[in-house]
Design a protein. Structure first.
Length: 205
């Protein structure tokens, strides 16, 4: 099972031989040095730890600098562990886009675009109220609680609040092209997050 960290560069399209147009997301995948290996015997679980996005040492804190230097790796902004993706990797190895194959199914996780405070119609797709004859309930959520019993609003009621800016995983995406020279992965479909956001790419299955 392959895993890598990537930066979302944006979306484009590919023209296939039969004339169809394919919408794809371009990801700058790696290179990601291996900074740690977790094993069942020593840590109680198996995982591989990857670093991404090289930076100056002043950008990260001293514990992170020490951890990376112990692995023989220069400063990187992002460090992520991937469970059950160890394989034959060892500390000091580098994972690149070539770890994936064309046609492979992948799942991609990232932080979705933040849309700020939103009402129930935008956030949860509620229906709006009547828009005529003096209605005062055009975009209000309506009744959210019971009357005499239990005389309170139950937990879990969908209401207005922060929309987006949360972890989202998109499954069933397909790798359609790999440009190893530029560390690029082209994935059919949309990927969570804004342009420039960091995402986690794993084989799905």
């Amino acid at each position: 099972m392959a895993a890598i960290l990537a930066r979302k560069l944006g979306m484009t399209q590919r023209f296939l031989e039969d004339g169809r147009v394919e919408r794809v997301t371009v990801l700058e995948a790696g290179p990601c040095p291996v900074t740690g290996i977790r094993t069942d015997d020593h840590d109680g679980y198996s995982a591989v730890q990857l670093a991404f996005d090289a930076c100056r040492e002043k950008v990260i804190n001293k514990p992170e600098i020490g951890h990376l230097k112990k692995a023989g790796v220069e400063a990187h902004r992002t460090i992520v562990e991937f469970r059950d993706h160890q394989g034959e990797l060892q500390i000091g190895d580098t994972v690149t886009a070539e770890a994936f194959e064309i046609g492979a199914k992948v799942k991609i996780s990232g932080i979705s675009k933040g849309k700020g405070f939103a009402g129930t119609i935008k956030r949860h797709n509620f229906a709006s109220g009547p828009k005529s004859h003096g209605s005062h309930n055009v975009r209000a959520p309506g009744s959210i609680g019971s009357s005499a019993t239990p005389s309170r609003v139950m937990k879990g009621i969908r209401g207005p609040g922060q929309m987006g800016s949360k972890r989202v995983t998109k499954r069933g995406l397909t790798v359609v092209e790999i440009i190893a020279a530029d560390n690029l992965l082209l994935v059919r479909g949309a990927v969570p997050g804004p342009r420039g956001g960091t995402v986690e790419v794993r084989t799905d299955g």
